[in-house]
Design a protein around this ligand. Sequence first.
Ligand SMILES: [Fe+2]
Length: 327
Amino acid sequence: MKQKILLLLTALPTICLTSCGERHYSPADYVLEMDYVTDFRVLQITDCHLGDKDDLQRHFDFMDLTINEADPDLIAVTGDLFTYASKTTAKKFLDYVDGHKVPWTVTFGNHDEQCFFSIDWLTNELNNYGSYCLFKDIQDDDVHGNCNFAINLMKDGKVFEQLIFMDSNRYYFGSYFGYDYFKQNQIDWYSALIDETTKNNDGLVVPSLMFYHIPLPEVNDAWAAVKEGTATNVNGGQQGEDPCNPKYNSHFFDVIKEKGSTKGMYFGHDHVNNYIVNYQGIDFGYGVKATDRVYYQDSILGGRVITIKEDHTMSYQDYIHTYEEVK
Ligand SMILES: [Fe+2]
């Protein structure tokens, strides 16, 4: 009898996984590819916050200043694309980005669900967009969130650098209300991805960069280390506000350090912070806000190019513009 109960209990997780519709996929299923070119330029734009009440053309004209000047190989939008946007507005923005005829991708922010559509609708739009869009979310998988995938930059038939995009999720409604955090199954997914990429590269770890929206709790330690003189403020950027990051620390940073692949982590969320701190060997970088929607600082609007060099080091250039230029 006891054995029968044990068998039943053992079978329960499998039954639940099946009934919940969550399937496990291999790391290779989450990977897209594009060619690496020397001094590969990723333009990070962030926190556009476009909504139905906005003069979209005014913002598109403004973002054009940065995108055209930056001449990127890939555009990465790191969340909060929308606030109170309809499907029509969302589609106009996706078409606007795609119109630059440059590969582009997206991670989601906490406000991308504060719209007249669901995050699943937006995910589906991006999954099926085609054209220059490089986005992949597996919607029936066992990994939390809606944009966990990688773009492998290929050179001579091998993965030269891996760009990892993750969903830092939105809000936590448990024992407290606050910003959500990376779940354990996302951390496990990251580990499996790095392990698989390493295995396929003759056991050598491939350098990677990460893009997401809400900064890890450790960004506080990084800025404190700058103040103490034990970490470097790489770009001389400012902390214009205290980071609004998750209260709960799921210790993702410890895993990232242990794996030894990720050299830079780029995010948005806090609109008037734009520093990049090299902390414990990893660059923590706030992006440059892309529009004057919600709150902002006139002197730090535009975008940032992260250049990935042949020796795998990164350099940074901020492109700053003002709305005076598009009046
Ligand atoms: Fe934002």
